[in-house]
Design a protein around this ligand. Sequence first.
Ligand code: CA
Length: 526
Amino acid sequence: MKRVVRCSWGLIWLALGTSLVLGDEAKNFLRNPGFEQRDAGQAVGWQVAGSWQGSLETATGEDAAHGGKHGLRLSAVTKNGKAWGRVFQSVRPPGITARRFRFSVWAKGHGECLLGLIQYRPAQPGKIHYSYAWQEKATPLTDTWQELSQELQVLDPQVQSFGAVVEVRGDGGRAILDDAALVQVEPAGVALRITPPLAMVAQGNEARLEISAENQGQRLSRGALKFFLNGPDGTVTCHDSSLETAGTTGYQWPFAAIAPTGIYRLIALHVESGAVAEAYADIAEKGVIDAFEEAAAKVNIEPLPAHLLFLGDSLTDFQRGYNYVDKLAFWLRRRFGDNVTFRNAGVGGDFISRVLERLNREPHAHRLSMYDDLFEPPPTHVFFFLGHNDSKVSSSSNYAAQAVLPDKFEADYGTVLEKIRAETKAKIIVLSASSSVFEICRANADKARAADRPHSLFGKPEELERYNVLTKRVADRAGAAYLDVYEPTRTHPDKRSLFDPNDGVHLTNAGNRFIALQILDYLGGQ
Ligand SMILES: [Ca+2]
């Protein structure tokens, strides 16, 4: 993919004052940060790069560890009259643009120590594709442990990964390092908000967004904003703005008539605080947008205010921010404003028995917290979209045994719907499983079988159909509505466009649009 960047900020990065780490459990992006994992005497994941100098050994014993049993000893080596040594690890946090990071390590020893972060851009012939951000000054080491740390915020949208670097300097320089961390930090108090979080817009039009910032609940009325606009073709455009004194800043995000269709991502940064927010735009052909407009205009939701709750598997949980639930939210909020609210409680990999365990608050249930306060506010509509993980068949059974056997599927689904009935007054809408591109599912299973890996076969039409019959029966029995999305996806004239070409089951952006439109049509037919 050709990456075009229209951005004048180049390699700027901001060194920052006080930040707040994301809770106590902030994710450390470094591997083997405490140097406890070793392989042939070497700390796993850490190295002296080829063109650098220095020597590494793992250090063991009470004096050599700040935590655990081991630390890492980095010694300077003298070459061309200069004594230094440098160790690094490459790190690829999931989102870097506009984010603030803190790199830290505990150190003691002799000489001076300095932290740095290398920012890597994609390699391009004849161009240097990295830049260093070093701590402003080196720290003299002593016999006492001290924590060194550095923060930076990345403004170059091309930066996709870091090298976390520790350098020791000076003759006889020798550092013992331990408990390194690279975490994302968030500004204390300030929250940036973009509404709507997803807009569906036809080519040649603009997405109208409102941006606001709050500090401890108080609306902020000034400050610089930076926008990073990422297109589906890899294009990045940058744009400067500022918060308007009224406290809400309007932004018209323009899309050319020939703009590529698909998902665009906007990252907004409030420069003074470091607060970041994201929003998406789904740019489609005019006919697609017209179909949504028309379907949305017919929707009649009762009672208002309505609160829609979605339970499902990865088809509901993945692509958050722009999946079918988000698309539905955009159209319904355009009609009903704040009178309609949404909760997406989809959990990747889910099958009905796991939904039941979580509803029962069983302590060992997978991702139990996804259902915390599930009925708060009380839902007026509960949607179910399951079936692919239930009906998959295992290689160990020669593709005969389903993951959740039919009897159990029916019994557990029945219990789940009874629970929803007992605990809410919501209208229940049960979607069938969607179809699949079975040739892709089968090819993946064949590959796994050739490699002698135990695996599951997804998307087998006769299994999906069998489970959909059960789903409908359970829905009927519970007095719930049943929405068949199987036949419409199975017989879709461009079926392959709906499903992930890698697995044949997950929904593409077109697939998410299709499911959103099916639900919108359903809500319009009430
Ligand atoms: Ca350690």
